[in-house]
Design a protein around this ligand. Structure first.
Ligand code: 13P
Length: 248
């Protein structure tokens, strides 16, 4: 009942040319992929050309960040409607790297998500604990705080949640399927406490060192509805394997 989402988060990587070459290779590989939503999030400067390449395909354009104002004196920022203008259908909000390096707090992220939904984007809202928080037994407490504040008042019909344990990002240390499922089940129970029965329809993506050789085990878990992938999404053949996770 929840269509899986496989999303590439390229972070600070790939020029226009590199992106076009990637999409030329990827699009034919995934054009027949059924029952999966395919999402690619390049850097801002690449969005317009990537959007043109994706027109009429089953690959959807996503931005990695957004601002919550529509216009004005906010040097360096990009508005939700501007993302739509260049072909974006989605935006990632609250990645741990934004929280860590750019001091984005839950209230700011809530405003970003609300403004994006208002403009017509879908949101991938990220949460996740640090190694210290996990080791101190504070994972659930931390995640419930992030979700309660970050998702407050949002229309969850167009929000996917991504659980990305910080200790698993770019480290090669994936959470085991059992560990990830346990936390996803907790997240869903928290979403139920916030949004009632609607929580059953919310996709919860896992992120953190997802690769072609571990994607299937993760995707088989009851509450894992997709993947948000960094490193293994940068090569078209590797990302195509992730999209086609059922045949891994
Ligand atoms: P890696 O897949 O490189 O661990 O990155 C995960 C991530 O942060 C995706 O948003």
């Amino acid at each position: 009942m929840r269509t899986p989402v496989i999303a590439a988060n390229w972070k600070l990587q790939k020029t226009v040319k590199e992106t076009e070459d990637f999409l030329d290779a990827l699009i034919p590989e995934v054009k027949d992929a059924a029952d999966v939503e395919i999402v690619v999030a390049p850097v801002f400067t690449v969005l317009m050309s990537a959007g043109r390449k994706m027109e009429g395909t089953n690959v959807e354009l996503c931005a990695q960040d957004v601002y919550f104002e529509e216009s004005g004196a906010f040097t360096g920022e990009v508005a939700p409607s501007m993302l739509i203008d260049v072909g974006c259908k989605r935006v990632i909000v609250g990645h741990s790297e934004r929280r860590q390096y750019f001091n984005e707090d839950d209230e700011t992220l809530n405003r970003k998500a609300a403004a994006s939904l208002k403009a017509g984007l879908r949101v991938i809202f990220c949460c996740g604990e640090s190694l210290g928080q996990r080791e101190a037994g504070k994972t659930n407490e931390h995640l419930s705080g992030q979700l309660t504040r970050g998702l407050k008042g949002l229309d969850m019909d167009r929000v996917d949640v991504a659980y990305e344990p910080i200790w698993a990002i770019g480290t090669g240390k994936t959470a085991t399927p059992g560990m990830a499922q346990e936390t996803h089940a907790f997240i869903r129970s928290h979403l139920k406490s916030m949004f009632g029965g609607k929580a059953d329809a919310i996709r919860i993506l896992y992120g953190g060192s997802v690769k072609p050789d571990n994607v299937k085990g993760l995707m088989e878990c009851a509450d894992i509805d997709g993947a948000l992938v960094g490193g293994a999404s940068l090569k078209p053949d590797s990302f195509a394997k992730l999209v086609n996770f059922r045949s891994q």
